[in-house]
Design a protein around this ligand. Structure first.
Ligand code: AMP
Length: 294
């Protein structure tokens, strides 16, 4: 496995590979890799001849006062996870090469970025779409893999790729969870032992809503009350947003159906966590142990 820092070198390797008819898969990440990232890499491995994982903590998608400086970084560990998943190349550019002096070009998806994380993190998606568009230009992937953990991000990237006619197939992958239901995230490393227990209220809320939906409840207000009740039962959990929207358009819905997305961002102590589910999906959020394993 080779580590490449230079944009030009990455571009040259990719151009050569494409010229030889190779299929390239790209898994964009911000590092501090876990099994969620690993699942994207494994699918990328299956689909490609050249598997590239980018590791880049992208400064332009962090707002003022967010955790850019403290975002967890551990390149040694990342290399081990990536090697295990069969990654061929790690692309880890420097911020000053991605955004040199005089940089002034941005990609902005207008509507899908307005609600949910877009409302609470102004400018976040502009940073995401810009860096992903740049990565597509550099790595020239046939496939790019993204997790449904960041559901809105996946929707926004699909839209950008279609709108800009980018020749990349976007692959969305299921959320990988810890045994007790917590969605894996690099930011889980911020959680104190107490926070870690409290953080289970997110997946519990998803489980409660899914159970009620499967029993026939279709009224969004009733489903929302259930979810909010689960979060409210935990002291120190503060909802940033908790909304039911159509999983394609991200428009609000009053009646739930199989395409309804429940998306939430909740602060546990000082850590902001996101999670979601689509009500018609058969993800099993209900058969999880309630207490975290010791
Ligand atoms: P990040 O490093 O957090 O920017 O994530 C890089 C990619 O991994 C994104 O496409 C995420 O959606 C995806 N990802 C992160 N956590 C998970 C998870 N628990 N399950 C599946 N995909 C994930």
């Amino acid at each position: 496995m080779k580590i490449i820092e230079s944009v030009l070198e990455m571009q040259q390797i990719s151009s050569r590979a494409r010229g030889e008819g190779k299929r390239i898969a790209l898994v964009p990440t911000m590092g501090f890799l876990h099994a969620g990232h690993g699942s994207l890499m494994e699918e990328g491995r299956r689909r490609s001849d050249l598997l590239v994982t980018s590791i880049f903590v992208n400064p332009t998608q962090f707002g003022a006062g967010e955790d850019f400086d403290s975002y967890p970084r551990d390149l040694e560990r990342d290399l081990a996870v990536a090697a295990k998943a069969g990654v061929d190349l790690i692309f880890a550019p420097r911020a000053r090469e991605m955004y040199p002096e005089g940089y002034q070009t941005w990609v902005d998806v207008e509507k899908l970025t307005l609600p949910l994380c877009g409302a609470s993190r102004p400018g976040h998606f502009r940073g995401v779409t810009t860096v992903v568009c740049k990565l597509f230009g550099i790595v020239q992937p046939t496939f790019a893999l993204f997790g449904k953990k960041d559901f809105q991000q996946l929707a926004v990237i699909r839209r950008m790729t279609a709108d800009l006619n980018l020749p990349v197939e976007i692959v969305g992958m299921p959320i990988v969870r810890e045994a007790d239901g917590l969605a894996m995230s690099s930011r889980n490393s911020y959680l104190s032992p107490e926070d870690r227990v409290n953080a289970l209220c997110l997946s519990r809320a998803l489980g409660a809503v899914t159970a009620a939906y499967r029993k026939g409840e279709r009224d969004v207000a009733a489903l929302e009350a259930l979810a909010r009740g689960e979060i409210a039962s935990v002291a120190g959990a503060v909802i940033d947003y908790l909304e039911f929207r159509h999983s394609g358009s991200l428009e609000m819905q009053a009646r739930a159906d199989d395409a309804t997305l429940l998306a939430m961002a909740v602060k546990i102590g000082t850590t902001r966590l996101i999670d979601n589910c689509v009500l018609g999906d058969d993800e099993d959020l209900l058969s999880r142990p309630v207490d975290p394993p010791n």
